[in-house]
Write a protein that binds this ligand. Sequence first.
Ligand code: EPZ
Length: 429
Amino acid sequence: MDRIHITGGAPLNGVIPISGAKNAALPLMIASLMTGETLELVNVPRLADIASLSRILGNHGVDHMVVGKRPGQTTETGQTIRLTASNVIDTTAPYDLVSTMRASFWVIAPLLARFGEAKVSLPGGCAIGTRPVDLLIMAMEALGAQIEIDGGYVVARTRNGLRGGEIRFPKVTVGGTHVALMGAALAHGTTVIENAAREPEVVDLAECLIKMGARIEGAGTPRIVIEGVSRLHGARHEVLPDRIETGTYAMAVAMTGGDVTLENTRADLLHSALDVLATTGAEVTTVPDGIRIRRNGAGIAAVDVTTDPFPGFPTDLQAQFMALMTLAKGRSHIRETIFENRFMHVQELARLGAKIRLEGDLAIVEGVHRLKGAPVMATDLRASVSLVIAGLAAEGETQINRVYHLDRGFEALEAKLGRCGAQIQRVRS
Ligand code: EPZ
C-alpha cells in the first residue's frame, strides 16, 4: 500500500492550481442519466471517486468518453468527459458498487424519473458516522414514488412518472437536495423544496440542469422551485472549483508560513473559512482568478469554530482547521454539528504531539509550540489531509499510511505541494 513521506518544516511558496470540485462533479455525472443525449463535463478532476462513479454509471449502460488532451494541458488540467445515457440497460445499482461510494446512491432519482424504476443498494455505514438516507427516500416519496426496502435494497417505482410536490427537509442535506432537484426536474408539475441546501455544488448542479432544459429557480437559497419538464437534452458544463481543496491548501500555508497563490478558484465559495483564517493571523487577499495566502513571522491566533451548512464553516474543512489550531497560541474550541463521528483525526494528530480533548461534539485544542513527525494512519479523506498539513508543519519525518483515502479527493497532492517547496514524496509499495 502506498505511503506519503513528509519532512516537515519548509514554508510553502508559489502557485497551486485548484482542481474542479469532486463533490460537484459526482452529482453532475449522475445527471447524465437524465437524458439520452450527451452531457459534456469540463474540468473534471482525476480522482479515484470519479473513476469509481464512471464504473457505476457504466454498469447502468452509460457510455463514458474522456476527450484527449489539448495543446498546453498538463496532467493536472482537469479532464473533459462525455457521458451518454442513450441506452440504459440496468436500473439496479448493486451493493458491491454503491458500497464503494455513498454518492452513487443518488442515481435513484434520475433512474426513477426517467425510467419509472430503480433498485439501489442501501449504502451502509461509513467512517464519519451512520449517514442515513431516510431524507432522500422521503423526497422521492413526496414526488409520488412507491418505495420498499427489500434485502438491503431500496426498490422505488412510479406508475405514471414522478409528480411535483412539496419537499420540506427537517435538516439541511446536500444529497437530499441533489436528489430532489433531479427527481423534480423530470416530474409532472411544480415542486417546492424548503430548507434546501445552499452549497455551491447544489447551485452547480442546478445550473447544469438548466442548461439541459430544466426549469429551476432559487438554487442557492433555502427555497427552490422546479417546474417539471417532460425531457432534458444534452449540454456542456464546466465543474466549479473545489472549495475544500482551496481551503485545505490555504490552511496548509497558514500553518507552515509562506506565500501561495491558489489559482482557478473563487473566494465567494468559502468566505466563512477565509474569514476564520484571517482571524488566525493569515493574510488573505483575492487576486484575479484566485486567492493569495500569506503568513510570515507572526504566530497563529486561536479561534473557535462551529461547522454548519453553507454559508457556514464547512465540516469538510474541520479536520484541516484542527491541524492548524494545534500550533495556535492558546485554546480553541471546534464544534462539529454535521456528522456525529468526525473526530478520528484527533488520535492521529495526538501522535504528532497535539493536545486535544473531546467532549461529545466539541474538540478543545490547546496549542503547542511544536509538533514532531511520527507515523500516522489516515482514516477518511479530510482526516488524511489534515495529517498531511500537520506533517508539513511538524519537525522531522511524518509517514502517512492508507493513502488511498487521499487519492479519492485530492488531485496531484504531492506534485502541487512539492512545487511550493514541501518535502513530500509518495513511497509506492
Ligand atoms: C455531502 O454529503 C458531501 N458529499 C460530504 O463530503 C459533506 O461532508 C456533506 O455533504 C456535508 O456538507 C458529497 O457531496 C459527495 P448531507 P451528504 O446529506 O450529501 C444527515 C467529503 O469529505 N442526513 O448533507 O451525504 C447526515 O447524516 C464528503 O467530500 C440524514 O439524517 O451529506 C448528516 O448528519 C464527506 N438523513 C447531515 O444530514 C439523510 O437522509 C448532512 O448530510 C441524509 C442526511
